[in-house]
Design a protein around this ligand. Sequence first.
Ligand code: SAM
Ligand code: SF4
Length: 326
Amino acid sequence: MIQDKHGRVHTYLRISLTDNCNLRCFYCMPEEDYEFTPASRLMQAAEIETLARTFVDLGVNKIRLTGGEPLVRKDAADIILRLSRLPVKLTLTTNATRVHEFIDVFKEAGIRSLNVSLDTLDRDRFLFMTRRDQFQRTLDNIRLLVDQGFHVKINMVVMKGLNESEIPDFVAWTKKEPIHVRFIEFMPFEGNRWTSNKVFTLQEMLELIGSRFEIEALLNGIHDTDKKFRALGHAGTFAVISTMSSPFCAGCNRIRLTADGKIKNCLFSKTETDLLTALRKGEDVVRLIHQNIGQKAKELGGQFDADIEHIHPEEIHNRSMITIGG
Ligand code: SAM
Ligand code: SF4
């Protein structure tokens, strides 16, 4: 069992396969000319499998693959199929641009649910936010996933003054489609020019949605990061991930493994432990895992709190999101 000093048991591992991506979302990958980590410094497929198996032996029962964009990695299919043999619920977060090449792999691996990022329903805004012209491909692949019966969650990062006016359009999308839209409060990471006045909060979202739709709150699990709702009569649901204005750290069961093999006990943790180097040297990885999780801060990596107006982003020590794995 992997437990921290606050009594939280950790059963959910998020593995970043790469810090490479075919989009350039500015809030995630601030520099257009960002240099990706060379392949030799990334965990290799067999190393990912070994580390994942170690975590499973310690009680992990759910693994999410992320990145960067996990599906740009050349051996993504091999990794997915290796991990599908472990006794875990396997899932994936993707920008969907390559999903059409992987449908059969997902089915073979028993993947039933995927999170897909889409921050706008406007082609020009998509181009502005991602710096790549992949809007139609993304929409087509979301359609493909829904038609093929996958449980699809759509992640929309909401930034005040940029795309918050589209929130009702995303809720309207759930009327006929059995999709689950999640509105994510904009979070601060290295270089992404976060300021508190760009955060559109949970409360503001509910006021905006409530002015257009009649909504009901749904039940949430203790480990859920999203607060779930449904507009009455809609086939799909929506939820808010209120990391900034109303954090959910008390029920946190998540561990992150970066593509270069470092364990992070929180998205906002300052410290990391290098499991890959230890594995390559034949050292005791289990001891390092317990040590790292044991030190987990109670809330938000110990770096700030929900009083967002008083956060100084320049004082937050962290990698950019693309190098962590969201
Ligand atoms: N490439 C995949 C994708 O875009 O879904 C997986 C990796 S991406 C880093 C994972 C999630 O983190 C995406 O939903 C993305 O929108 C979210 N994300 C990235 N930077 C963020 C930020 N600054 N604030 C909130 N969410 C962010
Ligand atoms: Fe790539 Fe996903 Fe980051 Fe966008 S959010 S740059 S798609 S990793």
